[in-house]
Every structure is written in structure tokens, then in C-alpha cells.
Design a protein around this ligand. Structure first.
Ligand code: ADP
Ligand code: MG
Length: 267
């Protein structure tokens, strides 16, 4: 298995969807925790000014003094903004509301789409996986992520408007691939907040599979109250209650993600 790993190079993935509340942050935190649990070293980079990934991993406000805003602005190296989480193997670059202003400031800056790519150079041999938790927008911050990563994981909530906006995301990814980042791929689409008591969830899941085929992971993340409680305890669901259906689903998702990475290498 080791031979399939590109030695000294992280797999860098963005968790992206311009819709808010679809499960990006929940997926970033719990996928990262599940990867860490099987011995992978993982860095989450929180590039959402809401800082939910930072809060969900229990990173104190005072520990966010050095954060992703300073990194993107080029004021500090990425390494100095890395916080350890309570989970072994899982580190985080936190975000604060400062990042809200970054978008406007970036417009005026040189290499405005490549700030994150440049900042990542110094850490990209330090981890097995680097996951970037994107904001709910197709703004310059998200563009920075799409330029910096090798692939994208797209969470889709099992609700009526699930596919709405997806074509814009796909088009954006295609455009970035044909211009700024030729290696960019969608690693997969993950169905989130699936409610088995709701027939609509089933219908949506089926429609999404008909439309996107095997881009959709087999694993479906169920709607689960333990998953939604976990962030208020500053813990990933996998630590808060590793037995709950949501946590178990994220463990399965992690193994699919690892498998897809390996088949991409083997190709
Ligand atoms: P995004 O990052 O896309 O805005 P979040 O991951 O923050 O979305 O999720 C939005 C809300 O839904 C949060 O309150 C989160 O706790 C909740 N949530 C996410 N996934 C689940 C799930 N599988 N079951 C129940 N609640 C969930
Ligand atoms: Mg989020």
C-alpha cells in the first residue's frame, strides 16, 4: 500500500459547495477525524470567516490569534498558524471573522488566486491529507482553495433543492481546471443529512445518483442528532459519540476516500 503513496506529498482536498448548511464543515471535521483514526496525519485549513471548523474542533479564541487570514495575506508562514487539536494526528489552521475582509483585500493583491497555493508550499510534505473547509460562496477564498487542491469533495444535502447550484459549482471547477489548475478533479459527491423516514430523501438520493453516477460515494451520511450536537461540545461527532450512525458513516466515507485516492494514483 505504501508504494501507492507519493512520498513527501500530501493529498490536498477542498470540501466545497457554495450553498451554506449542506454539511461541508461537518464533513471536513469528521472525515479528518476518521482519517486520523486510521493513522493518517491530517491538517484542516479553515477558510470560512465563520470559523465553524475551528469551533467544532474546540480551538479557543485566544489560540486563533495567528490564523488563516494572516497566512493568506502573506504576513506569517502557514506553520506558525497551525494549532494542534485534541485528536492525535489532526491539526488545524484556524479562521476568524478577520477573514471577512480578506476577499476585498485580495482583489488588489498580486497572485490573488494563488495565495493559498503559495502558503501551502511549506507544509505540503508534512501531512498525508490536507482538507480545506470552504466558505458558502464561490468567492476568491474558494477560488484560492480550488487552485491549491488536487481534488474536491462536494457535500450535497438530501433535500429538494440539492442539485440547484451544482451546475454552477461544476462549471467553476471546470473553468479552474482549464485555466489555473489542470489537475483539479471532483473526487466525489457525498450525500448528507439523509433522513430515512422522509421519502423525499430517497428520491433526492436517487436523482443525484442518476445524474452523477459513480461520482457519488456509496456511503450516505444520515441525519443524526448526535452529529448536530457535537460541535457545541467542541468535538467531532466521532469523538462525542463514535457509535452513532453519523460517526459510523463518516468512518465508511473515509475508507472510500482513501480507496479513491489510491485508484487515482494507480491510474
Ligand atoms: P456547511 O459547512 O456546509 O455550512 P455544516 O457542516 O455547518 O454545513 O452543517 C450545517 C448544520 O447542519 C450544522 O448545524 C450541523 O451541525 C448540521 N448537520 C450537518 N450534518 C448533519 C447530520 N448528518 N445530521 C444532523 N445534523 C447535521
Ligand atoms: Mg461550514
Amino acid at each position: 500500500m505504501e508504494e501507492l503513496r507519493i512520498v513527501g506529498s500530501s493529498r490536498i482536498l477542498a470540501i466545497a459547495n457554495q450553498k451554506g448548511g449542506v454539511g461541508k464543515t461537518t464533513t471536513a471535521i469528521n472525515l479528518a477525524t476518521a482519517l486520523a483514526a486510521v493513522g493518517k496525519t491530517v491538517l484542516i485549513i479553515d477558510i470560512d470567516p465563520q470559523g465553524n471548523a475551528s469551533t467544532g474542533l474546540g480551538i479557543d479564541r485566544h489560540a486563533r490569534e495567528k490564523n488563516v487570514y494572516d497566512v493568506i495575506m502573506g504576513d506569517i508562514p502557514m506553520k506558525t498558524a497551525i494549532c494542534k487539536s485534541v485528536i492525535p494526528n489532526l491539526d488545524l489552521v484556524p479562521s476568524t471573522a478577520d477573514l471577512t475582509g480578506a476577499e476585498l483585500e485580495l482583489i488588489e493583491m498580486p497572485h490573488r488566486s494563488h495565495r493559498l497555493t503559495m502558503a501551502l508550499q511549506a507544509v505540503k510534505s508534512d501531512y498525508d491529507y490536507i482538507l480545506i473547509d470552504c466558505p458558502p460562496s464561490l468567492n476568491l477564498l474558494t477560488l484560492n482553495a480550488l487552485v491549491a487542491v488536487q481534488s474536491v469533495i462536494v457535500p450535497l444535502q438530501c433535500e429538494f433543492f440539492a442539485l440547484e447550484g451544482l451546475s454552477l459549482l461544476m462549471k467553476t471547477i471546470e473553468r479552474v481546471k482549464s485555466t489555473l489548475n489542470p489537475e483539479l478533479e471532483i473526487q466525489g459527491v457525498v450525500l448528507t443529512m439523509f433522513d430515512k423516514r422522509n421519502r423525499l430523501s430517497d428520491q433526492v438520493a436517487q436523482d443525484v445518483r442518476d445524474y452523477l453516477g459513480d461520482k457519488v460515494y456509496q456511503t450516505v451520511i444520515p441525519r443524526n442528532v448526535r452529529v448536530s450536537e457535537a460541535p457545541s461540545h467542541g468535538k467531532p461527532a466521532l469523538i462525542y459519540d463514535h457509535r452513532c450512525a453519523g460517526s459510523q458513516a463518516y468512518i465508511k466515507l473515509a475508507s472510500e476516500v482513501i480507496k479513491r485516492e489510491k485508484s487515482q494514483f494507480a491510474a
